[in-house]
Design a protein around this ligand. Structure first.
Ligand SMILES: C[S@@+](CC[C@H](N)C(=O)[O-])C[C@H]1O[C@@H](n2cnc3c(N)ncnc32)[C@H](O)[C@@H]1O
Length: 236
């Protein structure tokens, strides 16, 4: 790992550890307040299924997976939840217990890069604010193809990815290096997604501008990002 990657990963480890240990899933004003809207929308596509196999890449403490597990607890539902942070998987398993869905949650402490997605295995693969933290654009691109291969027929992918991220030091107003391992321009990211999933049915493709303050190593940074949400169904 190069120096930049080590620095960003260490800073992410600290900020995620802080939020995962101080905030209670679904009982907080932070981003852990509720599952994301697109996951809630996609869930209805699986109503009527008699079994469900799901993969959550960069799952955190299960904001989206616990919701799916609870919603489909009447059918056999197995969710492989992958995160490189041990504390995330620890809290995920606590949350699974608290929500009575332990039998549906398979916690895997591994990086997305290392986790090999088996072909034709999943009805639903999600990666919410996670793929932009992979170690290189090459790994990112090959993981997108692996995700497509990993979907079963009619399987759905849901990706939420930050793009064109800009950070500014709020005290000095100086531009700072964006603390994201992969920071693609929005149009390039959209073009990659439409090329990789060209033979899939697009269910959703949106870009939302967001702006918020975020604590960094030595200052508070004003972060501007275009959040790309992309959902598609594999049709063959
Ligand atoms: C912003 S959080 C989002 C968590 C979850 N997807 C959600 O929506 O609540 C990003 C998560 O991805 C994990 N992560 C970052 N880079 C990763 C990587 N290369 N492999 C696996 N997990 C990673 C982090 O540890 C963190 O838990």
């Amino acid at each position: 790992m190069n120096e930049r990657l080590v620095r960003i990963r260490e800073s992410e480890r600290k900020s995620h550890t802080e939020i995962y240990t101080s905030q209670k899933l679904y009982h907080t004003d932070s981003w852990l307040k509720r599952p994301i809207k697109t996951v809630r929308e996609i869930a209805s596509h699986f109503d009527g299924y008699d079994a469900l196999r799901v993969l959550d890449l960069g799952c955190g403490v299960g904001r989206n997976s616990i919701y799916i597990a609870e919603r489909f607890q009447k059918i056999p539902c197995m969710i492989d939840c992958v995160d490189l942070l041990a504390i995330a998987i620890e809290k995920l398993l606590d949350n699974a217990q608290a929500h009575n869905v332990t039998s549906s949650i398979n916690g895997i402490t591994k990086s997305i890069e290392e986790y090999e997605i088996q072909s034709n295995s999943y009805d639903f693969i999600m990666a919410v604010s996670a793929l932009e933290h992979m170690d290189s654009q090459e790994s990112f691109l090959s993981k997108l193809f692996e995700i497509k291969e990993g979907l079963r027929k009619n399987g759905i992918v849901c990706l939420v990815i930050n793009s064109s991220v800009e950070e500014t030091n709020t005290q000095t107003q100086e531009a700072m290096e964006a603390q994201f391992e992969i920071n693609l321009p929005t149009d390039k990211l959209q073009s990659i997604l439409s090329n990789v999933f060209c033979d899939c049915e697009i269910l959703k493709t949106t870009v939302a501008e967001q702006e918020y303050d975020i604590p960094r190593e030595s200052c508070i940074s004003r972060l501007r990002t275009n959040v790309v949400t992309y959902a598609a169904r594999k049709t063959d």
